[in-house]
Design a protein. Sequence first.
Length: 237
Amino acid sequence: MLETDLDDSRVSRAEALARRLEARILGGGIRAGDRVGTKEELRERFRVAVATVNEAIRLLQARGLVHVRPGPRGGVFASEPSPFVRLGHQVLALKHEGVRAADCLQVRDALEPVITIEAARHCSPADAAALRERMELMQAAAGDPTAFLRANRDLHRRVAEITPNRILRNLYVSLLDATESELGAVIPDSEFAGAVDGLLTLHRETVAAIVAGDHELARRAADRHVLLTNGALRTSA
């Protein structure tokens, strides 16, 4: 069966594919142990690039939702979602029950320094390379507000993935997703364009602190991030 409706300007195609499969696993459409498919089958089913499938699988593995088995009868199989993953799913469900984005943002703000310090403590060379790559994507998208916001969120998700604390990681990412529709509703204006340089500088400093393993600089950068970026959302929420 061909499935192609992955177009969502707010997230990457890999994230959109990961969310599609995640919703089915958490919703019971795909049960633990079920074969989701091979990478090639997923590529053909959703008409996406190999790199998109690989990244989506990596995201799902990081969320504890799938595992990969090698061999002729191998492929991508659904895992039993942990209570922590289900907690994150419940947070997202609250968004659809009328919980304000501002309320989600308030909790996310409180977690921002914790997530950033955790990233500084556990950042591996592979993590550092991934953060630098996402920082370059933000820089490249500076002239396109929609792409810039998407790259910004992708960077924050990647920072959160570094911590081994699964409940912290899943809760933070779920809150990030819950506020995403509100972020997508922000209409960029001259003030937004003027803030891009400051946002880029702040995120470069954050990435540098994480890569250097400097906990104190990471905390300060996270505190500045909260002050700089939440005003527009609170006004619109």
